[in-house]
Design a protein around this ligand. Structure first.
Ligand code: NAD
Length: 489
């Protein structure tokens, strides 16, 4: 059994074992601790103690530590990517890329973390100086989902550490192994600066959220979990950082290069078996090219290979678990009952004896009001809806409670810019879906959340501003008491 990492060492807990299952084979691949409230408490105490020193470590030294983490991650790329493939099911090449992006994020915050700590402001009166300093919150609880276990961890941990916070990480109960393997990478930090507790959200996650010693709860997860966390934090006015579900639209205009957009659409819909927060989940296609686009997408979808992520020929891996697969299938079935048609896919794959494989699925005659379209369908489903023109596409794209990302394929500048300005989304991709940039802020609008990760905004999420007012001349101010004198002026 893999143990938790608290205060710079492996800690054996009284908690029971939690099995980790390979979604491609349904085999139990390892066990980790099912963390307890006590474990969460020990991790928070270790982080609180470490915070007293870590916050004062000079920026250049913190930067060196973060760069070392990045290079250690790259040194363990194969081992980490393998663990992620075994526990999460993504194809190995996607996980190999994820380790590189994770390292790149640590490098990025090593660089910008020491650039500035506030700004100088013009004073109101002479002989005064005004400036701001940005301070760490204290102990950050970083609660991570299973779909990008290391990347989404780095988007919180790297800026949090650069800003001077210490961290308790709670990986998803589905994918704790690659995160626990990072203990080796984090071991060179002072003990307690980073801690890892494993277990269920409702147990160890909630314990971290409610603990008086955590100052900021940074969560990536579903809207439902975000609402629960926000409610708990509201009682203490505790800061939250919420990156929640998405339901991204993908607009295909009449001038799109169909060869390119076919591949782009399939990749954006099926990446990580459709289990990506910024995956494209609703396709709005101009009438003029809808038939051609649909035929091409169906043909390309049929050519994709479903399989074990360790097989280099696999394009699409399994769903993370049976519940997830059944949730996706129930939405597809419901849409069919309401008049949608399946052109390919539409059921659990029968090719494999084991594993949670769902066939990549293309659907037409889909309507905007269907649950498949209105809520986040976290699976390899590509529903196509026809639109008259750009205004129609914008209207339907905006008909959502989510606001994470949005995509468009066109070289018509007026259509692209109009859609960019009018669609409510934290990221807008033109002719290249899902590409992130360490320097570009990432996050959602509406119920997707109110935070940003990456970029300078992503650093500021983990520090708060103090305004400093300084008068370098001690003098009695004319507007002080007694007012009898002030009023004579
Ligand atoms: P989830 O909400 O079930 O779990 C996320 C994390 O929260 C897990 O570690 C879980 O154990 C923990 N958790 C659950 N209940 C909790 C509670 N009451 N208190 C504290 N912690 C709790 O999400 P998931 O199924 O792991 O991930 C998929 C979801 O994450 C999707 O909705 C997806 O869109 C979203 N997501 C969003 C982004 C983004 O950047 N906006 C990125 C990736 C995934």
């Amino acid at each position: 059994m893999k143990h938790q990492w608290i205060g710079g060492r492996e800690v054996q807990s009284k908690g029971q074992a939690l099995e980790v299952i390979n979604p491609a084979t349904e085999d139990i691949i390892d066990e980790v601790t099912r963390g307890t409230i006590d474990d969460a408490g020990h991790a928070v105490s270790a982080a609180r103690q470490a915070f007293q020193k870590w916050r004062w470590i000079p920026g250049a030294e913190k930067a060196q530590a973060l760069h070392r983490i990045a290079s250690n991650l790259r040194g363990h790329q194969k081992e980490l990517a393998t663990l992620m493939t075994l526990e999460g099911g993504k194809p190995f090449c996607e996980n190999r890329d994820e380790v590189e992006w994770t390292a790149s994020c640590f490098d990025y915050y090593a660089e910008i973390g020491r650039n500035s700590r506030g700004t100088s402001l013009p004073p109101v009166f002479e002989h005064q100086v005004n400036f701001t300093i940005k301070e760490p919150y204290g102990v950050v609880a970083a609660i991570i989902p299973w779909n990008y276990p290391l990347l989404l961890l780095s988007w919180k941990v790297a800026p949090a550490l650069a800003a001077g916070n210490t961290v308790v990480i709670k990986p998803s109960e589905e994918t704790p192994l690659a995160t626990l393997a990072l203990a080796e990478v984090f071991a060179e930090l002072p003990p307690g600066v980073v801690n890892i507790v494993t277990g269920f959200g409702e147990e160890v996650g909630e314990a971290l959220v409610r603990h008086k010693g955590t100052d900021l709860i940074a969560l990536t997860g579903s809207v439902e979990t975000g609402k629960r966390v926000a409610q708990s934090c509201a009682a203490e006015i505790k800061k939250t950082h919420l990156e929640l579900g998405g339901n991204d639209p993908f607009i295909v205009c009449s001038d799109a290069d169909l060869e390119v957009v076919t591949r782009a659409a399939c990749w954006a819909a099926y990446l990580n078996a459709g289990q990506v927060c910024t995956g494209a989940k609703r396709f709005y296609v101009f009438d003029a090219i809808a038939d051609d686009f649909t035929d091409r997408v169906v043909r390309f979808t049929r050519s994709l290979k479903l399989g074990d992520g360790m097989d280099p020929n696999t394009d699409i891996g399994p769903a993370i678990n049976l519940t997830q697969l059944q949730d996706v299938h129930s939405r597809v079935e419901e849409a069919v009952r309401d008049g949608a048609r399946i052109l390919t896919g539409g059921s659990r794959s029968t090719i494999f004896k084991k594993g949670f494989f769902y066939e990549p699925t293309v659907m037409v005659d889909v309507r905007q009001e269907m649950r498949l379209v209105q809520t986040e369908t976290f699976g390899p489903v590509l529903p196509i809806m026809r639109v008259r023109d750009i205004d129609h596409a914008i209207e339907l794209a905006n008909d959502s409670t989510y606001g994470l990302g949005a995509n468009i394929y066109t070289n018509n500048m007026e259509w692209a810019m109009k859609a960019m300005e009018r669609i409510t989304a934290g990221t807008f991709w033109i002719n290249d879906p899902l590409t992130d940039n360490d320097a570009g802020p990432f996050g959602g609008m509406r119920q997707t959340g109110h935070s940003r990760e990456l970029g300078e905004e992503g650093l500021d999420e983990f520090r708060e501003t103090k305004h400093v007012h300084l008068d370098y001349k001690q003098e009695i101010k004319p507007y002080w008491y007694p007012y009898s004198e002030y009023n004579k002026r």
